[in-house]
Design a protein around this ligand. Structure first.
Ligand code: HXC
Ligand code: NAP
Length: 284
């Protein structure tokens, strides 16, 4: 789909890049010639992932421990990446925290746990990288991973919905404010893509997973490669006029939920025949 060297020598910083979708996107960037820094809390897991990713691609992967909820930890991590590679071309804000719960069961600490990672963490990383790009007059590209319910809201994941809506607002706001510095900012809103992190916390039973998958018009969950290719497309210089956009990749899931008549999937072919006879008979 892409030229072999599309991302040659690009330095890409992926938060939460040692697991799940962050790792899959990072692996695709490496295949296309990028150099990678991956940052998250669990250093042991991060270092193992970096070694495996580097071994399979031959590319450079720098693992750095960082808690994105802590602005000092973020600034130190970003300083290390700039120090090591001499530059950063792309920031991928991917780290997140989430779990399902009725909202009235949440403590204030539970709310803070999600808002801290998703909204504050994304903001701190954006500031730490953005300030350096502005000072160096280098420009750069940011990509933020949100969710489809950042637009619509969703019950049972309310701190995540509020935080991701904030990240979407951040994306659109800075796409305008920082365009003058050559900084481009977009978002991806994925539907369900199986990862251990998300499935454990959001779909802990087969029944819940099947219920969610049953909502998807295409009848299947997303493939990591599909998301990774979209991420490559959006960070590539070949689409440098795309700014402030949020691209949904969900097999049509959220639109189905929004369409008033879309649940009429349950009507059988015989019933449609009967309905047509009845309704046509109402002419005049
Ligand atoms: C209610 C919960 C809870 C739960 C934690 N808490 N889990 N409350 N239900 N399931 C409460 C705790 O009791 C505590 O409050 C507070 O939250 C903080 O909990 P900690 O365990 O100390 O938090 P922490 O170690 O910071 O861990 C953060 C986390 C955890 C978000 C809770 O799940 C995490 O580390 N997640 C990272 C990975 C992740 O979430 N990946 C999924 C991303 S998927 P009290 O008051 O008791 O002290 C995604 C979108 C998916 O974002 C869309 C799918 C289609
Ligand atoms: P995941 O594997 O659990 O990824 C979350 C990552 O965030 C982990 O690598 C985790 O690493 C890191 N992280 C969490 N808290 C952190 C903190 N305080 N500081 C630094 N890093 C932290 O889940 P995923 O499914 O791949 O999710 C990746 C992204 O896709 C998230 O933004 C998520 O909201 C989004 N998304 C996923 C889906 C889906 O279906 N999977 C759907 C929509 C959106 P550590 O534990 O090492 O810190």
């Amino acid at each position: 789909m892409f030229e072999k060297d599309l991302l040659k020598d690009k330095v890409i910083l992926v938060t939460g890049g040692g697991t799940g979708l962050g790792r899959s996107m990072g692996e695709r960037f490496l295949e296309l010639g990028a150099k990678l820094a991956i940052a998250s809390r669990n250093v042991e897991r991060l270092e193992k992932a970096a070694a495996e990713m580097s071994a399979s691609s031959g590319g450079e992967v720098l693992p750095i421990g960082c808690d994105v909820r802590d602005p000092e930890s973020v600034d130190a991590m970003v300083g290390t990446v700039f120090g090591h590679f001499g530059k950063v071309d792309v920031l991928l804000n991917n780290a997140a925290g989430n779990f399902i719960s009725p909202t009235e069961r949440l403590s204030s600490r539970a709310v803070d746990a999600v808002l801290g990672i998703v909204l504050h963490g994304t903001f701190y990383c954006t500031l730490a990288v953005g300030k350096r790009w502005i000072a160096a007059e280098s420009g750069g590209t940011m990509l933020n991973i949100v969710t489809t319910y950042a637009e619509t809201g969703s019950g049972y994941v309310v701190p995540s919905a509020a935080a991701k809506a904030g990240v979407l607002a951040l994306t659109r706001s800075l796409a305008v404010e920082w365009a003058k510095y050559g900084i481009r900012m977009n978002a991806i809103a994925p539907g369900p893509f199986p990862t251990e992190g998300a499935w454990q916390r959001l779909l802990p039973s087969e029944e819940l997973a099947n219920r969610l998958i049953g909502r998807i018009p295409m009848g299947r969950v997303g493939d990591h490669a599909e998301l990774a290719n979209l991420a490559v497309f959006l960070i590539s210089d070949r689409v440098s006029y795309v700014n402030g956009e949020c691209v949904v990749i969900d097999g049509g899931e959220w639109l189905r939920g929004a369409g008033q008549f879309s649940d009429f999937e349950c009507v059988t072919s015989e019933q449609w025949d009967a309905i047509a006879t009845l309704v046509k008979g109402r002419k005049g």
